[in-house]
Design a protein around this ligand. Sequence first.
Ligand SMILES: Nc1nc2c(ncn2[C@@H]2O[C@H](COP(=O)(O)OP(=O)(O)OP(=O)(O)O)[C@@H](O)[C@H]2O)c(=O)[nH]1
Ligand SMILES: [Mg+2]
Length: 222
Amino acid sequence: MQVSAIIPAFNEEKTIAGTVRALLSIGDIDEIIVVDDGSSDETAKVARQAGAVTFQLAENCGKGQALEVGSAISRGEILLLIDADLGDTAREASLLLEPVVTGNADMAVAIFSFTEGRGGFGLVEGLSRWAIGRSGGPRPIQPLSGQRALRRQVWQELGFGTGFGVETALSMGVHRCGYRMVEIPTTMNHRRTTRNWRGIVHRGRQFAHVLLAVMRRWRWLI
Ligand SMILES: Nc1nc2c(ncn2[C@@H]2O[C@H](COP(=O)(O)OP(=O)(O)OP(=O)(O)O)[C@@H](O)[C@H]2O)c(=O)[nH]1
Ligand SMILES: [Mg+2]
C-alpha cells in the first residue's frame, strides 16, 4: 500500500530538514509532502532541499486546512500526518504505519514520552480528551498528538477541523463512526511551547480551535 507523509509547516526552517530526512530514512514512505502554510521564513526551500515535495500556500490558513491541501495532492492509500518540529525523532513514525498497513487499526496515534514537565495547564488537552470520550471511545492519553497514520478513507470521511482542532475532530469522528484507533507509545519528541507569553497565546488559539471543533459536533456529545 502506498504511504503519503504530509507535514503542515509554519515557520519551521530550523526543524523541517531534520523531520524530512528522518522520514526519508524510513523505507516505507512513497512521498513526503510539506505544506508550507504561508511561512515568512525559508521553510519551503529548506524542505525541498531536504528531499520533500513542497506546496506553498500564499497566506497562513491553519493546520487543518494545510492538511486538507496536502491530502488533496497526495496519492497514498495511507496518510501519515507528522508535525514539522519532530526532527530526527520522526523516524519512529514507522511504528504508526505498522498497525494501519496490516489492517489492525484504522488510525494509529503516537504518544510522546515527555521527560520535562507540562508545557501548559492541561485545559486544551482536557477539553479534547473529554469530547473524544463523549463521542464513544476510550479517553486518549494524548488527544492532541498530531502524529497519526490513517487510511485515506477515514480522512476523507472525517478529516476536517479548523486549525488546531483537526486532531480532536478526527478522533471524535473515528469513535463515532466505529473505526478502530490505537495509541502507540514512542520516544518521539518536539519543540515544546513553554509558559511564556507566546506559549499562552498559542494555547489560547489551540483552545479556541478545539472548542470550535467540539461545538460543531455537539450532537455527538449527548
Ligand atoms: N499549517 C499550519 N501549521 C501550523 C501552524 N502553526 C503551527 N503549525 C504546524 O503545526 C504543527 C504543530 O504546531 P506546534 O506549534 O508544534 O504545536 P503543538 O505541538 O500542537 O503545541 P505544543 O505542544 O504546545 O508545542 C507544526 O508542524 C507546526 O509547524 C499554522 O498556523 N498553520
Ligand atoms: Mg509541536
